[in-house]
Design a protein around this ligand. Structure first.
Ligand SMILES: Nc1ncnc2c1ncn2[C@@H]1O[C@H](COP(=O)(O)OP(=O)(O)O)[C@@H](O)[C@H]1O
Ligand SMILES: [Mg+2]
Length: 204
């Protein structure tokens, strides 16, 4: 296959800069100032991961509230991160934000719990203990393309069953109460949500 550097010159105008931004190896000479300016301008379009810093549980609840504003039927959000990272804690705040009044607990042993509230139905999943055969038989597509909102803890264990369009959230722990949320949108509307949240100053 041709290298990215060989392909780049056949693109002209904005396309040229877009391709260099995405594909040229690190360390290439970007020193011409016009290139630098354009490169900076394109960055918001090409950003793939957004971050949110939570310094305590209330910050984690706040992220759930901001996301809740955008939700629509069939939305799928995945949650990954070590044990104790805050996946279930995030799910609880998120569920409250979308109008679920029942207590939301970890669905580790039940795999899927369904909740009805004031707004969209909420499907809370935890794949920590699932086998591949069990996962295949859950009928996940009925949830993913259904009327509600799906949140999946430990989604990396069923990666091949996930829908292509989704919002991936990975949580990393930094000390006792600080958590970093890494949000990666796959497709629309998730990309727009993240860009808007960044424009509003809610994500970095
Ligand atoms: N900023 C924070 N965001 C979320 N949880 C936090 C935060 N600070 C402390 N915690 C605590 O971390 C723990 C996270 O546990 P849990 O949500 O069950 O993790 P997981 O589901 O990822 O295994 C909870 O005890 C929660 O109170
Ligand atoms: Mg959990």
């Amino acid at each position: 296959m041709e290298s990215a550097a060989e392909l780049a010159p056949i693109h002209i105008g904005a396309g040229f800069f877009f391709v260099t931004e995405l594909m040229l190896p690190a360390g290439e000479d970007y020193n011409r100032s016009s290139t630098r300016k354009r490169k900076k301008g394109m960055r918001s379009l090409t950003q793939s991961t957004f971050t949110y810093l939570s310094r305590h549980e209330e910050d984690t609840d706040q992220l759930g509230k901001w996301l809740a504003v955008y939700l629509l039927p069939g939305a799928v959000l995945t949650l990954d991160g070590d044990l104790g990272a805050g996946k279930t804690r995030f799910s609880q705040g998120f569920a409250r934000a979308i109008g679920i009044r029942d207590t939301v607990n970890s669905p580790t042993f039940t795999i899927i719990k369904e909740y009805e509230g004031d707004g969209l139905p909420f499907y809370h999943m935890d794949m920590y203990r699932i086998s591949q055969e069990e996962a295949d038989e859950l009928g996940l597509e009925d949830y993913f393309y259904g009327a509600g909102v799906t949140l999946i803890e430990w989604s990396s264990l069923i990666e091949d069953l996930l829908p292509p369009d989704r919002l991936t959230i990975t949580i990393t722990q930094q000390g006792d109460q600080t958590r970093v949320f890494h949000l990666t949108p796959h497709g629309e509307p998730y990309q727009s949500w993240c860009v808007q949240m960044k424009e509003n100053g809610h994500l970095q």
